[in-house]
Design a binder for this molecule. Structure first.
Ligand code: NDP
Length: 252
């Protein structure tokens, strides 16, 4: 039920953090991985790390904010691996400022990286999935898909948008046997949140106090949900947004 042998999975932002944790899970279940991000050296190192653990992975450059780059990445995946069954829209960024200090360029950069990217990558992957008779799209939301914070106005807008985009894609492509779901990670220890810890005073203490599991998540915590949502085990699940958060979102 969880076997992904013969499948190809593109993981945007798969060269570190949550993306790499998911990629490792998908690779362990048998999928061939495309690590798709901007930093080529980091992507190659991630692919090597996946192969060191017995998986199969290649690195393909992409800037998910660019339509041309996304289309080229999809084309390169088809040329090199011949199929595209699983797409993880994980690439993301944040600019932490109160809304009244945010410039329009900053707003656009975060929306383009976190939300428009999921539209571009999903649209580019659709023909291959349709032709193959099905596929899986996994979009990465956030606790900011549910909650608000003064330091995350545009990030929250982008991650709220991810949940609604997920529902639109899910309803549109259900008859093509393409399931589209979102994952809402809690607080995961990655480069992104290392930066957040430096920028938001008291964040570490708040996360430890408010998370029932009383710890930060790690990349490996995201592997199981990726395999589940990429496999036939989830064939009748679509349009959902599943928190993977150590209980953060269910405790006042
Ligand atoms: P990281 O900073 O480790 O990962 C971000 C990834 O996105 C990197 O691989 C980066 O690669 C890639 N990326 C950024 N911009 C672009 C771009 N324009 N084109 C292609 N790739 C890009 O952070 P996380 O692992 O924490 O974040 C991964 C996702 O998880 C994000 O969507 C984030 O919002 C989300 N998330 C994280 C949480 C956490 O607590 N850590 C909680 C909830 C959600 P490169 O720089 O090489 O391009």
């Amino acid at each position: 039920m969880f076997d992904l042998k013969g499948k190809v999975a593109v993981v945007t932002g798969g060269n570190g953090g949550i993306g790499l944790g998911m990629a490792q899970g998908l690779a362990a279940a048998g999928a061939q991985i495309v690590v798709a991000a901007r930093n080529r050296e980091k992507s190659r190192a991630a692919a090597t790390e996946i192969e060191r653990r017995g998986g199969t992975a290649i690195a393909i450059d992409v800037d998910v904010t660019s339509e041309a780059s996304v289309d080229a990445m999809t084309k390169a995946t088809m040329e090199r691996l011949g199929r595209l069954d699983i797409l993880v829209n994980n690439a993301g960024t944040n600019i932490r400022k109160p809304v009244h200090d945010l410039t329009l360029d900053e707003w656009r950069l975060v929306l383009d990286t976190n939300l428009t990217s999921a539209f571009l990558c999903s649209r580019a992957a659709y023909p291959a999935m349709k032709r193959a008779g099905g596929g899986k799209v996994i979009n990465i939301g956030s606790m900011m898909s549910i909650f608000g914070a003064p330091f995350a106005p545009v990030y929250g807008a982008s991650k709220g948008g991810i949940v609604q985009l997920t529902k639109s894609l899910a309803t549109t492509w259900a008859r093509d046997n393409i399931q589209v779901n979102a994952v809402l990670p809690g607080w995961i220890d990655t480069e992104l949140t290392q930066k957040a810890r430096r920028e938001v005073p008291g964040l570490n203490e708040m996360v430890l106090r408010r998370t029932p599991a009383a710890r930060w998540g790690v990349g490996e915590d995201m592997a199981g949900i990726a395999v589940f949502l990429a496999s036939s085990a989830s064939d009748f699940i679509t349009g959902t947004a599943i928190p993977v958060d150590g209980g953060y979102s269910i405790q006042v």
